[in-house]
Design a protein around this ligand. Structure first.
Ligand code: ATP
Ligand code: MG
Ligand code: MG
Ligand code: MG
Length: 439
C-alpha cells in the first residue's frame, strides 16, 4: 500500500479525552473513531489489526476442533424468555421493537440462540461432542464505557459453545478451549494467565478468566509470578488426547491465580516471598462450564447410548478481539508509539522514501516495494513528500515491526537502513541484504 493513496488520519496532538495509553495511541495512529459513547468505527489501520487478531483466534479455535458459524446480532426477546434471562439481564441489554411491535434485542451473548440451534438438530449422543463458535459484534450498554475499545458498548467477541453428553466429556471440551486460549494469547505476544473465576450458582471449578497484567486493568488479581515464565503448549498438541489436555491444564492451574471474587488470602500468603503478585489485570478471555443451565429449561436433549434422553452439558468460551487490540498496545508500546508483535502488525514493513521525487530514491523504493509485494509481504510505502523526521515519527507511532529507510546518501554508497521497531536497532545494509533479513 502506498501511503499517498491510503487513509491514515494521524493525530499529532495527544487527544485529551483518552485516559490510558492504548486509547491515546489508537486515536493518534488513526485506528479508530468514536461515533457515539462506546461505539467505534474501525479505520483502515485498525481494521487490519482487528482482522489479524481474529485470524489468530480463528486458527486456534479450528485447530482445537471448534467449527465456525455466524449467528445474527439481533435476537428475539422470546428466545431469552425461555431461559429466563430476558428479565434478569438488566440494563446492559439493548432492547428494540420492530415495526410489528415485536420485542427484539441486540445480542450481548449467544447462549440461548446456540442452545436453540442445538435443540433443533442434535438428537443423539453420536452427534457429540460439538463446539460451534462465531466472531460477531455484541452490544452491552455498559454503565461506564471507557478506555476506547477496551470497554466499549459495541464490541467484537469470539464466542464458542461446547455441547457434550455428560460432565466428563464436557470437561475435555473445556480443556480443549483452555489449551487453545493459551496458544492464542501466546501467538498474540501476550502473557495471559488463567485465573480461577466465579461460577455463580453453577459451582465447581470450571471457570477461568484469562488475564493480562497491566496497571490500567480494571480487575484486581492475585497470582504466583512463575505464571509469567510458564511455557505455552506447542502447535503439536493432540486435541483428541483427553489425558494430554488434562496434563496441560493441571500444570497451568497448579499454582495460585485468582480474580478478586475468588481470592483466598490464606492460599495467597502461602506463596513464597518475592513470588506473590498482586496486580491489576485486563480480562481478555473467559471460559465457563455451565452444565445444563440452558439445555434444561430450553429442552435441548439428546438420546444417550442407553436410549435415555437427557439435557446436554454445555460451556461457553469468549475472547474479545476488539479489547485485545487495545490490550496488546497496553502491553507493547514505548514513548514513540505502538510496537506491534509481528503476528498482528497492520503491515509487517514500512518503506520510507526520505526524498520522494528524487529519481534514484524513487527507483530504489519502487524496486523494494515491488519485490515485497511479489513475496506477499504486507508493506506500507511512505511515498509522501513529508519531511524525514515526520516519516520516522509516523512509522514509530503506527508501530510497524520493520522499517526500510531509503535516502540518497545511503544509496550513493549502495545501502539502505533497516530498523527494528521492537528495540530501535538499526543496520546499514545493501538492499538485497535488507530484504533477505525480512523475507
Ligand atoms: P468485563 O468483566 O470486562 O465486563 P465480562 O466478564 O462481562 O467482561 P464476558 O461475558 O466474559 O465479559 O465476555 C467475554 C469477553 O468479551 C471478555 O473476556 C472480554 O474480552 C470481552 N468483552 C466483554 N465486555 C466487553 C466490552 N464492554 N468491551 C470490549 N470487550 C468486552
Ligand atoms: Mg461485563
Ligand atoms: Mg468479567
Ligand atoms: Mg467474563
Amino acid at each position: 500500500m502506498r501511503l499517498s493513496r491510503y487513509f491514515l488520519p494521524i493525530l499529532r496532538e495527544v487527544p485529551k479525552e483518552a485516559e490510558i495509553v492504548s486509547h491515546r495511541l489508537m486515536l493518534r495512529a488513526g485506528m479508530i473513531r468514536q461515533e457515539s459513547a462506546g461505539i467505534y468505527a474501525w479505520l483502515p489501520l485498525g481494521k487490519r489489526v482487528l482482522d489479524k487478531i481474529c485470524n489468530v483466534v480463528r486458527e486456534e479455535q479450528n485447530r482445537a476442533g471448534a467449527i465456525e458459524i455466524m449467528m445474527p446480532t439481533i435476537q428475539s426477546a422470546d428466545l431469552w424468555r425461555e431461559s429466563g434471562r430476558y428479565d434478569d439481564y438488566g440494563k446492559e441489554m439493548l432492547r428494540i421493537k420492530d415495526r410489528h411491535e415485536r420485542e427484539m434485542l441486540y445480542g450481548p451473548t449467544n447462549e440461548e440462540m446456540l442452545t436453540e440451534i442445538v435443540r433443533a438438530y442434535v438428537k443423539s449422543y453420536k452427534d457429540l461432542p460439538l463446539n460451534l463458535y462465531h466472531i460477531q459484534w455484541k452490544f452491552r450498554d455498559e454503565v461506564r464505557p471507557r478506555f476506547g475499545v477496551m470497554r466499549s458498548r459495541e464490541f467484537l467477541m469470539k464466542d464458542a459453545y461446547s455441547v457434550d453428553l455428560d460432565f466428563e466429556s464436557a470437561v475435555t471440551s473445556y480443556n480443549r478451549m483452555f489449551v487453545a486460549y493459551l496458544r492464542t494469547f501466546a501467538r498474540l505476544g501476550l502473557k495471559a494467565i488463567p485465573m480461577v473465576a466465579d461460577t455463580g450458582p453453577i459451582g465447581g471449578n470450571h471457570s477461568h478468566e484469562f488475564i493480562i497484567l497491566a496497571s490500567t486493568g480494571e480487575s484486581q488479581v492475585f497470582c504466583h509470578s512463575d505464571y509469567l515464565e510458564m511455557a505455552t503448549p506447542g502447535s503439536d498438541v493432540d486435541f483428541d488426547d483427553a489425558g494430554a489436555l488434562q496434563d496441560i491444564v493441571n500444570r497451568w492451574t497448579s499454582l495460585y491465580a485468582a480474580t478478586e471474587e475468588k481470592h483466598e488470602e490464606e492460599a495467597f500468603t502461602a506463596i513464597p516471598d518475592g513470588q506473590r503478585l498482586s496486580a491489576r489485570g485486563i480480562e481478555v478471555g473467559h471460559i465457563f462450564y455451565f452444565g445444563t443451565k440452558y439445555s434444561e429449561p430450553m429442552g435441548a436433549k439428546v438420546t444417550g447410548p442407553d436410549g435415555v434422553e437427557r439435557p446436554v452439558h454445555m460451556g461457553s468460551y469468549g475472547i474479545g478481539p476488539s479489547r485485545l487490540a487495545a490490550a496488546i498496545i497496553e502491553a507493547s508500546h514505548d514513548e514513540n508509539g505502538i510496537i506491534w508483535p509481528e503476528a498482528i502488525a497492520p503491515f509487517r514493513v514500512g518503506l520510507l522514501n526520505l526524498k520522494a521525487g528524487d529519481a534514484a530514491t524513487d527507483a530504489a523504493c519502487d524496486t523494494i516495494y515491488a519485490e515485497l509485494m511479489a513475496r506477499n509481504v504486507d508493506v506500507l510505502y511512505d511515498d509522501t513528500d513529508e519531511r524525514p523526521g515526520s516519516k520516522f515519527a509516523t512509522a514509530d507511532l503506527i508501530g510497524l515491526p520493520w522499517q526500510i529507510i531509503v535516502g540518497p546518501k545511503g544509496l550513493a554508497a549502495g545501502t539502505v537502513e533497516l530498523k527494528r521497531r521492537a528495540d530501535g536497532s538499526r543496520e546499514t545494509l545493501t538492499v538485497a541484504a535488507a530484504l533477505q533479513r525480512i523475507l
